[in-house]
Design a protein around this ligand. Sequence first.
Ligand code: ATP
Ligand code: MG
Length: 750
Amino acid sequence: MSKSKNFLETIVQDDLQSGKYKDIITRFPPEPNGFPHIGHAKSIFINFGIAKKYGGKCNLRMDDTNPTKEDTKYVEALKDAVQWLGYKWDGDVRFTSDYFDKLYEWAIELIKMGKAYVDSLDEQTMKEYRGTVTQAGRRSKYAQRSVEENLELFEKMKNGEFKEGEHILRAKIDMSSPNMKLRDPLLYRIRHAHHFRAKDKWCIYPMYDFAHCLSDYIEGVTHSICTLEFENNRDIYDWVLDTLQLTPPRPYQHEFARLNINYTVMSKRKLLELVDGGYVNGWDDPRMPTIAGYRRRGYTPESILNFCDQIGIAKANSTVDVSQLEFCIRDDLNTKVPRVMCVVKPLKVTIENYDGTESIDASYYPHDVPKEGSRKLPFSKHIYIDAADFSQNPPKGYFRLTPTQSVRLKYAYIISFKEAIKDENGEIVELIVTYHKDSKSGQDKSGIKVKSAIQWVEASSAKQVELRLYDRLFKSDAPNGIEDLNENSLQIIKDALIEPAVITQKPDVRFQFEREGYFYAEPIDYTDEKPVFNKIVSLKDSWAKKKETQNNRRKPAEKKVQIDGAVEPMNEQEQKLFDRYTKELKLNSEVSNILARDKNLSSFFQEALDIFNSAVNIANLVVNDVAKQFKQNDIQDVKFTPKHIANLVKLIDQETISTKIAKEVFEIIIATGDDPLKIVEDKGLKQISDPDVILSIIDEVIAKNQDNVQKYKNGNKKLFGFFVGQVLKATNGKANPKVVNELVAKQLDS
Ligand code: ATP
Ligand code: MG
């Protein structure tokens, strides 16, 4: 945990200093009705973290008061999650159900004190009697029942003599309290259900408001930390403990803001829907925001704890950008994991003038020279490179292999193109190249200039592996539910090739596949015969990644769909368009496929292209955003024309706006039909690059986050990303990220 204190720690420290408590006891109290998610990680981090920091203890308590939703498998998942994050709970796992006898006794005591009564109103009436925020409630006539009658009825409730809903036990507090929660809250309800631990012993179950405070008390908890939605329940918490006049010390409740992350849902109920509906492959599906999901995907506990630390603890709810979590795992793995080569879309290469074999020593940590560790790379006449690393008609700025441009095979030799062998469809199936004998990496005397080094694997020793590439589970940043699922959140590549060093390793290992991202040996499906790797995270932020896709990088799985012939073959006309798109305009095959098959889209695209020549960006907008509009409306009815799109892309290409803002602008175009430039000017959406403006925002962010500045100055350089993120957020994403990065660095290090 960090050096500076958050507000909860301040409370704890004050309580220790004042002698209110001798020892600190916290607890993590989940309901075992689902797998824990990243929000729970935050709660775990706080509760166990505080106990650790102040030499106290933290209990793990299953809050199992709802028999119909709970299950042992969730108990196990919760235990796993806490342990995996590196924490140890005090003693055995505790269960609220273990306290049911004691809780029942306290309920009777409240009845005897005249502080609780059995109510028999039907649900509807009870709701009406509660009143509203502006109107006092009204007490049930049953509140006048005598203590004896209440005791008798409560006993009968316990003995199963009534149906569910027939009676309930309520606290007698205040039906006109401005805090609606205090209007005679429910304490016990009838549930004729089998409990996974208490079995069939009980048919009444205590409500959260009654069980939680008393369970805390039983365990000697000092600080009962929960999320903000319980703020109004705090009065009941206090009322129950005070009314029962329990021997001190008693616990107190403190609230903090729950964690929300964009592009996902975060409640066990909603996650259960995904699991039950088969939208994901179980609770530990690597796309799930569950701890089990992150774990299976390859996240480290350190990265998650570091994330929890970075986001801080506050009293106001907010949504954290998922890229901040991605930043943390990248940051953790960057220096830790070995770098190896993987060829995602293999293209056979024969080095005509090379004979024999050799073994090349290559560092696992080429970026970090003092760090030891290397492997042998076999090398021979036959290798594979990535199909994307060769281009017969290279676009401008293409640095890899072309008919006229040599390239270095990473750690090995420089090669030059000689011939491309094609199949009957004109697809390149093999390259014939020559190598330069005196160009070996580290001892290059060839004098040949190359612009880049590409990955490769030696043919006879390479191993085929399956790669599972994950994207965000939802396409909307604040998803409502199933309808917002991203149908491309999982891509499977079956025939990537890796160098032998990767497969001789045991499972439970992570690698950086150079240029491709960080990968984790799939903990369940990995076998020696069929190694499977999960992509943990890309090397760069997804924005950067998106740009790269636009700039003509392959989209492997989608291309496969086509080759497999799962869809209708194209007619001659469509095929001609498709070929022109892929070869001439360098659009990726998926985009080309969509355009070529849709007359409206392809003519719209062509018109836009005639106005402004930026094929890749226009095509992307047309295929995604325009197509969606055409689906939902008649073409005659839409308010935009190809000119709008052309002008919009112009703004992107001139860096007047980012692609993200472009989406926003497009939404407005749809509604108004206004020209993009006008929208950008009217709404002030222009990218902000003016250093003076950005500097003033940075200064504000710095002033507001002195805590983190201090941490940064004390050596936690990881916080750099935090500051950049805050500045971008403050400008609604309009600040030019490049300028922000430079200036943040300048300000922080000054
Ligand atoms: P869910 O709605 O996902 O089921 P919950 O609040 O019902 O969540 P519990 O199992 O009751 O889940 O929660 C256990 C502890 O974790 C509670 O103290 C709760 O406040 C905390 N918690 C739950 N969700 C979050 C979150 N998103 N951020 C921080 N803490 C959380
Ligand atoms: Mg819940």
